[in-house]
Structure formats: C-alpha cells, structure tokens
Design a protein around this ligand. Structure first.
Ligand code: GCU
Length: 370
C-alpha cells in the first residue's frame, strides 16, 4: 500500500525544531493539553470540589466465576459535590492462579450491558473478558452511560448533575460527555492503582469508537496509564482532522454537540484554524504505548487518516529515542504492526471491536509491557 504523505495535510507542527524531551515534558505537552481542553474536549469544572469514594458492592470467586479462574469485584464509585452526588459502577475480573500483580485492561464500553456483562451470560467479543483473563490480564469495564448519558440531556444527568450552575449555560470551554467519561476512567485508575493484585505500572485503557476517543483523551492527560487502545475512533479520536474523509468536525459537532466543549463547533468546515490536530493527541502519550486499529469498511472513521496520525505522532517518540510506528506505509489488512511503541492494524470488516482486535491488543501489550 501507499506511503502516507503528510505534507498535503498541512498539520500544525508537534513542536519546534531542536526541542529537547525535557522541554516537551515541561512546556509543550502542557500547551497542547490546554489547547485540546479549550478547543476540543473541554475543561473539568471546579475539580478540587469533587470528592470521590469507593465501595466494594460485591466480591466473589469460586466455580461460578469464570470456572474458578477469576475473582470478580463490583465497585461503586461515588462522586460528590456541594451535597449532590452521582454513582457509577465498574466490574473487575482478576485472574487467579497467576503470578500477581497482573497487568490490567480497563475498557470503556459504549454499548449496552450485554457487551460488558458481569454475569457472563452473554459472551460478547466486544469485551472478551474470559480471553483477557486467560492471558493473565485483569479485565475491568465501565459503561459510558453510567458515567454520563450519551445523549443531549441539557447537562442535568450523570456527573453533569453535580454542576447545576451550568445547566442553563455551559461555558464554552467546559467539558461535555467525552470529558466526563475520560475523567471517570482516571478515577477508576485511582482505585486500580491501590489494588495489590494489580501491577500499577501496567494498566491500559481501551475503547471503541466514541469510547476510543475518550480512552485516548484520558490517557493523553493521565500519564499513569501505560497504554491506550483505540478501536475505530475516527473523527476527534485517532484520525487526523485535516484532509480527513468520512466524518468531519461539522458532522460530529452537529450530531453530538454534547460530547465536546462548545468551542469545538467553531472549527466545523474550518479545520485549518484548529490549533491542534489528532496526531498531537497520540503524541501526548509518548513515550508510552498506544495501539490504533481500523476496519477496512469504516470509511466514516477513515483508516488512512488514523494511520497517518500514527505516522505523524511518531516524531514525538523519536524525541525519546524510541520508535513510534514501525513502518510509514499503510499496512495491508491482517498485517499488524506491533514492533514500535505505537501499534496499528487494519482488519477486514465493519465498524466494530472484535476477537481479532483483542488478540492483537493483548499481544502488543505483552510484548511491550513485559
Ligand atoms: C457515530 C459518530 C462517530 C462515532 C460512532 C460510534 O458514527 O459519528 O464519531 O465514533 O458513532 O461511537 O460508534
């Protein structure tokens, strides 16, 4: 397949020539984070006022839980502010009979409960918890809709209800649903980091599509995540916005205005004015691990623009003396690139996250985390 040409895309530069990795860490990284906060994903409102507590609502092991191969915990997270509170739950399967502490994959599930079923009555390939556990990883999952609803509710439900002062008018640089999902993933991470059965250095965050956008945004901000995995995240996820096919900023801000801060809509049909592009989001993870996967029949997400972003972000990895993506030519379907610290594959199929994808994510994680 063709080598990716980046010059046509007129991307804003990741950094100026001659920058050191120290300057990147102390200055440029922060600048990019604030640009993404102010123009795209929004700022977390009044973060210091939020109090978080955890309650183990259920903990079980035995033959009924993955045939005795895992411990299952359901944890309720409660976030409070000024007398208001919102709770959401996440589920965690920890492999038994393995050497602890183990690495963990935390998945943000943007589908219904059947795709993240704690009882394991439904064995969805979207979140194959048995496979994850059998490969020695703990598998955690949370539903987007439990954190903040995935529809325009006027900022009155989920985590947003803790901020009644913004119900009438949300300031233009304040978070939307994606920002809330990403923030909640970091609160789950706070809990996972304290669990002695889990390795704090080896926790990854995984998401598909809108969930992939949030997973990348979360790990871009939160350097405690060792790995971020994006499946078909497309527009405002892994894919470059400049020169993108399929969905554009205009489409996404018209249909899902509540995902982003209000400022983002100013870049509809105006990508060239956006102070960032999505290669910068991937670069914010450098030198940590990122994995991007695409499907051949997902023109709306645009695999070419997702891969091009991996190529452009690799410059930040070179600052650290490491390799981002290992090849600059778009790989053929079913030819994963697993050797660099940015992994990538294109798989034949439609917009989905499936067993093939998970096998590659786990293979990549094992290869680089061990
Ligand atoms: C829509 C949206 C995409 C999003 C996708 C999904 O198609 O336009 O941006 O990624 O939903 O989350 O499945």
């Amino acid at each position: 397949m063709d080598t990716i040409t980046l010059s046509d895309r007129l991307l804003p530069p990741l950094f100026s020539q001659g920058i050191t990795k120290e300057e990147w860490e102390s200055k440029r990284r922060r600048e990019l984070l604030s640009l993404f906060r102010d123009a795209v994903y929004g700022n977390v409102p009044d973060e210091q006022s939020l109090q978080v507590s955890y309650r183990v609502a259920d903990q079980q092991e035995g033959s009924s839980i993955m045939s005795g191969n895992a411990l299952r915990k359901s944890i309720e997270v409660t976030v409070s502010r000024n007398g208001l509170s919102h709770s959401f739950a996440f589920v965690l399967f920890i492999p038994l009979g393995k050497k602890h502490p183990v690495p963990t994959m935390l998945t943000l599930c943007n589908r219904g409960i059947a795709d993240a079923d704690p009882s394991r009555s439904f064995l969805s390939s979207f979140w194959p918890a048995e496979t994850i556990v059998s490969q020695g990883f703990a598998a955690a999952v949370v539903l987007t809709s439990d954190i903040a609803p995935d529809y325009d509710e006027g900022f009155s439900l989920g985590l947003h209800k803790l901020f009644p002062e913004y119900k009438k008018e949300r300031p233009s640089n304040l978070w939307g649903a994606l920002g809330a999902w990403a923030w909640a993933l970091s609160r789950i991470l706070d809990y996972l980091l304290a669990d002695p059965l889990l390795d704090p250095e080896k926790i990854g965050v995984v998401g598909h599509s809108r969930g992939g956008k949030a997973a990348l945004w979360c790990a871009a901000q939160d350097t405690r995540f060792a790995l971020a995995v994006s499946s078909c995240s497309g527009c405002t996820g892994a894919a470059l916005s400049r020169g993108k096919g399929g969905e554009h900023i205009k489409d996404i801000t018209e249909r899902f205005p509540y995902w982003f801060c209000k400022n983002y809509r100013h870049y509809a049909d105006n990508e060239g004015k956006l102070p960032v592009d999505q290669h910068m989001l991937l670069a914010l993870l450098a030198p940590r691990l990122v994995y991007v996967s695409s499907k051949t029949n997902d023109a709306w997400a645009d695999p070419q623009s997702e891969f091009a972003s991996c190529v452009a972000a690799s410059e930040a990895y070179r600052l650290f003396g490491t390799m981002g993506i290992e090849e600059e030519s778009m790989p053929r379907p079913e030819h994963p690139l697993l050797g660099g610290r940015i992994g990538y594959h294109l798989k034949t199929g439609y917009h989905d996250m499936d067993a093939y994808d998970w096998e590659r994510y786990l293979q990549f994680a094992k290869r680089h985390l061990e």
